[in-house]
Design a protein around this ligand. Structure first.
Ligand SMILES: NC(=O)c1ccc[n+]([C@@H]2O[C@H](COP(=O)([O-])OP(=O)(O)OC[C@H]3O[C@@H](n4cnc5c(N)ncnc54)[C@H](OP(=O)(O)O)[C@@H]3O)[C@@H](O)[C@H]2O)c1
Length: 236
C-alpha cells in the first residue's frame, strides 16, 4: 500500500489566506481538492477571496475574521471550522509580518505586535488545532517562517526574533506529537515576489508564491515515514 498521503477532501486552515502568499497557498490546496478555511483581520480581504474562490471552484470556502493573537477569537474560529468542515488535517501558519527598524529604535508596541502575531498567534493556532490531530493520529502543521528564522538581518531584529521563535516552537511541537504521526514542517523562504500583479514580470532573483505552494503540496504528499524539516528556498 502506498505510504503517500492523499490530500483530496482533507481539511486545511491557512492563516492570512486572504491575500499575498496565503492566498496562493489557499488556491493550490483548493486545486488539490482540499476543503480550505482562511482567516485574517480584514473582513473585506477575507470576503473577496472567499467569493473569488467559491466562484472559481463551485464549493464552499470558509472565511472568518480572526486576529490570531486573540485567544478567544482563535478558539471561536477553530470551533466554526470544525462545525463547517469536520476534523482538520492541515494547519498552515502563514499570517505574519515584520517591522523595518533597528533594534535600538524598535518601539515596545511594534515589538509586541510582531511577537503577538508571529509567535503567540502560531502558538494559539497549534494549541487549538493539534489536540484534535492527536485524536485523529494524523496531521500536518506547516509554519511559514523565513530565512530570517535562521539568519540575522539588520533592520529586522524583531522579525528575526519572532521567526527564530516560530522555528523553535515547531521543533518542540514535532518532538511532542511525533508519536501520533503528526508532521511539523518549517518553510524558510528568502524574499518572495508575493504581491505581484498578473502583468508584473517574474523577478528571477525572487521566489514566486507558486514555488511555495508547490513545496507545500510536495511536503503533504511525501511518505508519512519521512521527516522533512527546515526547507530553505531562495531565488536563483
Ligand atoms: N514576502 C516575503 O518576501 C516573505 C519572505 C519570507 C517569509 N514570508 C512570510 O510569509 C508570510 C506571508 O507573507 P506575505 O508576503 O504574503 O505578507 P502579506 O501579504 O502582508 O500577508 C500577511 C497575511 O497575514 C495576515 N495577518 C497579519 N497579522 C494577522 C493577525 N494578527 N491575525 C490574522 N492574520 C494576520 C494578513 O491579513 P490581515 O492584515 O487582514 O490580518 C495577511 O493575510 C508571513 O508570515 C511572512 O513573514 C514572507
Amino acid at each position: 500500500m502506498s505510504q503517500h498521503y492523499s490530500v483530496n477532501e482533507k481539511v486545511a486552515i491557512v492563516t492570512g489566506g486572504g491575500k499575498g502568499l496565503g492566498k496562493s497557498l489557499t488556491l493550490r490546496l483548493l486545486q488539490e481538492g482540499m476543503k480550505v478555511a482562511i482567516c485574517g483581520r480584514t473582513a473585506a480581504t477575507i470576503n473577496e477571496t472567499v467569493a473569488e474562490f467559491e466562484a472559481q471552484f463551485g464549493k464552499r470556502i470558509y472565511g472568518q475574521v480572526c486576529d490570531i493573537s486573540d485567544a478567544s477569537a482563535v478558539s471561536h474560529f477553530i470551533q466554526e471550522v470544525h462545525s463547517q468542515f469536520g476534523d482538520i488535517q492541515v494547519l498552515v501558519n502563514n499570517s505574519g509580518f515584520g517591522k523595518e527598524t533597528l533594534i535600538c529604535e524598535t518601539s515596545e508596541s511594534d515589538w509586541d505586535d510582531v511577537m503577538d502575531t508571529n509567535v503567540k498567534g502560531t502558538f494559539l493556532m497549534c494549541k487549538n488545532v493539534v489536540p484534535n490531530m492527536i485524536k485523529q493520529k494524523e496531521g500536518y502543521v506547516v509554519n511559514i517562517a523565513s530565512q530570517a528564522a535562521l539568519n540575522g538581518y539588520a533592520n529586522a531584529g524583531v522579525y528575526c526574533a519572532s521567526k527564530f521563535a516560530m522555528v523553535g516552537l515547531g521543533k518542540a511541537l514535532q518532538e511532542e506529537v511525533r508519536e501520533y504521526g503528526i508532521h511539523v514542517h518549517s518553510l524558510n523562504p528568502a524574499l518572495i515576489q508575493s504581491q505581484k500583479t498578473p502583468k508584473d514580470d517574474i523577478d528571477s532573483g525572487l521566489i514566486q508564491n507558486d514555488d511555495l505552494a508547490d513545496m507545500l503540496v510536495y511536503l503533504l504528499q511525501q511518505p508519512r515515514r519521512l521527516k522533512i524539516d527546515n526547507i530553505g528556498m531562495w531565488g536563483f
